[in-house]
Design a protein around this ligand. Structure first.
Ligand SMILES: [Zn+2]
Length: 305
């Protein structure tokens, strides 16, 4: 685990806090060190486990009162920073998609201050490579090459789910950090490349948990139910909108216990584990999206929210 760069940042283990700087400059040489005084003006901090495909980044702004609105742009996605619960800080979440190309990438935080003054704070980052596992699966043929009769349904459901997750609720609905939806061990298979019946077909953009059949699945944070439906591929699926473009998804359940539009608390039972849809046995498929970027649920658990 790398070390943070300021006293404030050091208060945030185990997630790396990488950046703390005033607006005077964001070149690495100007970053606050432990010995240096905190810079005047707004302070922007980044927290992340790693700068790699599949990782989320928390952007926090501690304003000095001069900032009216702020946005963070990275890898083509722009997120508006919104007030954090119970404080003077505002924040946004940005994801590095599981299939993002490693290499240099610039993060820009645009601050609009009183009187319309615009300041762009830029930081050049490097997305490092990440090795993902691969596996061979034997599935029922109708899930590898779905019958023509199912293609229209799959297309429709894919579009509806994408539509539901394209709506950005402009406030944070979560309650503190994310939690596991069940205590069962995982297969550690986020990002796994899959050869289905010997055809390279899919990338596993979630994490599978070895939950026994029928056991309750809990909401990993508070939010609003965006989808509660029986999907051809995902089976009985719940998608929770946590606000700010962050969605968690729970698939292959045997029973749904919530309805679309309902508000849920963190830890509330949303369904029971099962093996519906494209599944080889009872388990929970758990996944996250941040503004279209597919990120690792285990990294979401470590965000200091
Ligand atoms: Zn899965």
């Amino acid at each position: 685990m790398k070390r943070g760069l300021s006293r404030r940042a050091r208060a945030l283990p185990p997630v790396l806090a990488a950046l703390a700087a005033g607006l005077a400059g964001l070149a690495p040489a100007r970053l606050a060190s432990q010995a240096a005084p905190q810079p005047a003006g707004p302070v922007i901090r980044l927290s992340y486990r790693a700068l790699q495909p599949g990782e989320p980044i928390l952007v926090v702004l501690e304003s000095d009162g001069t900032v009216r609105t702020a946005t963070a742009t990275f890898l083509g996605a722009t997120a508006e920073l919104r007030p954090a619960p119970g404080g003077a800080r505002s924040f946004a979440l940005i994801g590095i998609d599981v299939q993002a190309k490693p290499g240099p990438a610039r993060l820009t935080v645009k601050l609009i201050k009183a009187g319309g003054l615009v300041e762009n704070v830029r930081q050049d980052l490097v997305v490092a490579e990440r090795a993902f596992p691969s596996t061979k699966l034997q599935l029922k043929p109708e899930y590898v090459t779905p019958p023509a009769s199912a293609l229209a349904r799959i297309k429709r459901e894919t579009e509806l789910v994408a539509l539901a997750m394209s709506v950005v609720t402009p406030e944070w609905l979560g309650e503190g950090p994310f939690a596991l939806p069940h205590d069962a061990a995982s297969w550690g298979n986020f990002g796994q490349r899959r050869l289905n019946n010997n055809v390279l077909q899919s990338l596993h953009a979630g994490l599978d948990l070895r939950v026994p059949f029928g056991q309750p699945i809990r909401a990993s944070n508070a939010g609003a139910i965006a989808v509660a439906s029986d999907l051809y591929m995902g089976g009985k699926t719940v998608i929770i909108d946590h606000g700010l473009g962050v969605f968690s998804s729970y698939g292959h359940m045997s029973e749904l216990r919530v309805k679309r539009g309902e508000r849920v608390k963190k830890g509330q039972t949303i369904g029971l584990c099962g093996s519906t849809g494209r599944s080889t046995g009872p388990h929970l498929h758990w996944s996250f999206k941040i503004l279209d970027a597919r990120v690792d649920p285990e990294a979401m658990l470590r965000l200091p929210l």
